[in-house]
Each structure stands twice: as structure tokens, then as C-alpha cells.
Ligand binder design. Sequence first.
Ligand code: F6R
Length: 614
Amino acid sequence: MCGIVGYVGSKPAVDILLDGLEQLEYRGYDSSGIAVKCDDAIKVYKAEGKLSNLKEELAPHAYEISKATMGIGHIRWATHGAPTVVNAHPHTCGCGKLVVVHNGIIENYKELKAKLEEKGCKFRSQTDTEVVAHLIASIYGEVKDLAKAVQLTTKQLEGAYALCIMHNDEPNKLVVTKRNAPLVIGVGENEYYVASDVPAIIKHTKKAIYLTDNQVATITPDSLKLEDVNEQELTPKIEVLPWEPVALSKMGYKHFMLKEIHEQPDVIRNILVGKLHTSDSPIVLNEVKLTRNTLKELNRIQIIACGTSLHAAMIGKYIIEDFCGIPVDVEASSEYIYRKTVTDSHTLVIGVSQSGETADTLTAIKQSKAKGSHILIITNRPDSAMAREADSLIPVSAGIEVSVAATKSYIAQLTSFYLLALYMAEIKGTMSEEDLNKIKSEMLLLPQKIEQILAHKENIQTCARKYSNTRDFIYIARGINYPTALEGALKLKEISYINATGYPAGELKHGPIAMLDETMPVLSVLMNGKVYEKLLSNSEEAKARNAKMIALTNSSDQKLDDLFDYIIRVPEVDELLSPIVAMVPLQLIAYYIAEFLGKDVDQPRNLAKSVTVE
Ligand code: F6R
């Protein structure tokens, strides 16, 4: 989703802005632009599509803009108005002296626009953001102070925003503010960086200030003044960022997605260090701040999440109910926030999010927190807005995930759910020691099992090629792997644009079976365990309708050779842990199909990595 950058200092601003935008590309975007302060005026450049188009646009002006030492930049993921040059940011006021970049949505922009039009403002774009430029400029005309104009403007704005603003009459000054959208300020030596996310600043500085909602920062090369919207001065809190720039390299892989799939064994190892030592030692999860007594008495859990994180949450439900006997509800955050939810101080609410910034999940979390629930956040970003809302925070430590399609963060979320469920089961005494030890010893072997799959991925690549020429793809599974089927289908559709759907296999005959014929690939997630035979029967039913049958299995059953056209075998694993092992080949199938079809694997069309608007 949109990303903003800003720089004020003494270095050439254009390169810093462009590089910052490149580091935010993973968020997903469809146009871009920058504005820089040149000798006597602010110059604005914009382009549709990829950043390379913006660079081409800038090339003829290279000399003119090379001396600029202050500027702002933006990548736009279209919400209001098509991804055209005129709708791209930065947006300017009528006279062009004030420029704004914005991430978020101004919900009352229509009313504000009508009022500004009455005053004579002429609008050029269809965006909500242009309203902000005109509004600040109109207030600036009265108060002649950029920070004050921004403070007064934000009192009129409804919705979400991170804003970075500059004005030609206030040289060497950026004003930034935010509400319900991320913004970080990097602190350098006589220079400051602004960005929607850490990757855009990490190669310049590790010192940063996370702006909180309704704070306004006025930045010059050698000063930073932090205020609230009522001009009360605040003390900025400078933090040291726990990131390394090297994390953003592809390390020789063709795509970030492939690299991130290969990182999964180490991701699991890193999570287990310090938490699960041996099969017979207790789980250490100091991150859970609920007392043992509260945990013992806990009788209800709600998990809220979106997309891939929602699929992790569904598996979380399965294992918490299985291991601990506590009823768990799982719901998409976007649904949760618009109904009357029965949540109170006796409910543990778990928010799951790779980015920790997903607007719907953040709102849902805030709603539950207001009702007194204990909030446990499972996120890959301990520096995120959601993490700051947490009473208990489980950082999944997968390292930064650049590919828009989530892979290693999903495996990390699952691993964290297993640890949490085992931890609670130990405290509640709901599992026998033998069962606990069995799961724990198998968990310690998971990294090796994934390494075995990755070492023999050619078979998966061949399968992907064989079925890449299809318009539709069905994934079926039962029990604990039903969410695996959903996640496998989601991975395929988001990066290859093939219409893929996951079904609980028992539901096939209640409707979807009507779609089956010899053109339809059906992939069955067939793991040994209590639903194995049932799923085998469902696969027979699909075969009888001439579907092209693919098995993803850990079974050595010979009869599978007759039933399935293609078989992908994975190492033996306990059914309860099989979602982790089963997911890796499904990620690879999606990857190889998309790669074979020549799709933009890491930045699929229309998608954003961090969905910061509802
Ligand atoms: C799919 C994907 C999305 C995200 C969803 C939630 O590969 O990445 O479905 O899972 O947008 O994002 P987070 O986990 O950041 O809350």
C-alpha cells in the first residue's frame, strides 16, 4: 500500500528519495512521484507504473534537481481515482508552493472538498489527498506557520493518514504527522529521514523515532520539534532499530519469494531457540504476560486476522482446541469490526499479522482492548502499531519479508501458535506427558524435514509446469489441513492470477463437484492421520468426474499411484504438525507456476504488502 519518504539534510535528496521508494516497493504500488526543493521553487515529478518510469521522467532534469537537499516522495496504491499521473502524489495546493504526500484515506474528503471549492479552490485529481494540500495551504494563508497549519488541518480530517509536507516559503523544513498509519523518522547527523517503513531508512541510520497518532514533527537539518495538535511540546523518544540492511538482498535467488521459502527451516530454528530446548523440557514463553492462574481459568479465545494470517489463525484454533480444550473463535478482522462482538475481560484476544499494520486487524484489536480483553499479538514486526497495543507480544522473528505473498511469516506464525498451544496445555494440564513430548520432539525435527523438501524441489517444479496451463485450480483437504488448502489456493491466485479455491473435501459433493471435468486440476492435501481415508474417498469422487488429480502426501500407500496423476511426497510427520510440512510444496507450486507464466512474482498486480486502509 502507499509508501512515503522524506529527506532534509545536506546530501543530494533525489537519490535518497528514489532509493527509499525502491525499498518500499514491496508494499505494492501503481504510480510514483517526488517533489524536491530547488533554488527558488518546489519541483514535482510523477509517473504511472513502476519506479523505472519515474526515473525516466527525471532523467532530463537531472542537473536541475541534483543540488536539492530536501524533498518528499511517494509510491501510490490507488484507492480514490485511477493510477494516473494526475492522481499520483505529491499533490500541490493551487499555487504549487505547498506539496503533500499521504498514506491512508481521508474519509470526509468530499465534504472538505465542497467547502474548499466554495472558497474557489480548483481540484485537478480525483484523490482524497489533494484536499489536504488545499486545506493546509488555505490555513497557512492565515497563520503563516506550516506546523500550525498542519495541526489545525488535522483537527478537520477524519480517517487515516501519514503525511509529509513542505512549503516553498519555509525552506529546509518538513512537517510530518500521522493517525492510524505508520510513520518513522530516521535520525542522522544533521539530517532526518522520513518513511512509512524501516527498510527505506535503515541503510542511512539505525536511530529512529516512531511517531504516535496525532503527533506533529517539524524537522530541519539540525532540529526536530515534536508537538501534539494543540502545540504542546513533547519529548521525542529515539529508539535503536533492530534491523540489518543485508536482510533486503535476494542473496542470489531469482525472487524474494523463493529466497523467503528457503529461509523457512532457519526461521523455525530461530523461533525455537530459547523456547523449546528438548522434547521433555517445558516450553518457555515469557512473552505471555497472563498469570498462570488466569491461563488456567481461561475459557474463551478469539483470534482475528486477515488473509494468510487468517489461515494461520484457523490452524491456531484447531491446535489450541485440540491441545488445551479451550473454545476458540476465528474471524476475519474486516468482519469482526462491524458487528456486535461478545468480548470482555475474560476473553483472550489474539491478533495475528505479519506487518502489524493491517488497518482492519488494528481496529479490531483496539475495539477488543477497549472492552477490557487481554490482547496478545503475534507479529513479524515488534515495532508495529499492533505491537504497541499488545499486552502480550510474541514476535515471530521471521526477518523482513519483502515478497508480497507471505511465506516464511506464515510458517513463523504457525510455529508460534504451536508453542503457545503447548505452553497453555502444559499450564492447564490438558495433554499427557507422552503426547506433549511427542509433539515437541517432532517440532524440533521440522527444519530438517523442510530442508528435505527443498532439496528435492525439482519434482514440485515439474508438477507446477505440467499444470500451469489452467484457468482454475482446486485444493481439497480435511481437518487440520483445511486452512492449508485455503492458503495453497491463496498463494496460487495472488501471484499467478489463476482462479484457485480451497475446499473442505467433504463439501465437494454439496456443490463444487459440478465444476469438475478433465480440465480441472484437483490437489488433495493427503496427510496420514484420522481424516486420511475420508479424504481418499473424496479424491476418488473427484477422480470419477475425470478431474486431473494431484496428491500432496506423506503416505507410501501404493494405491495412490492409480488414483493420482501426479504425486508429491513429503516426509512423514505427525498429523497435528503436518500443516507446516504440507505448506512448503504448495508455496513452491504457486511460485513455479507464476514464474513459468512470467508473472511479477514479488509484486503481484493490485496487491499491497501492508494494507493500511480499511
Ligand atoms: C497473502 C498476504 C495477505 C496478508 C494480509 C494480512 O500472501 O500476504 O493476504 O496475509 O494482507 O496482512 P498482515 O499479516 O500483515 O496483517
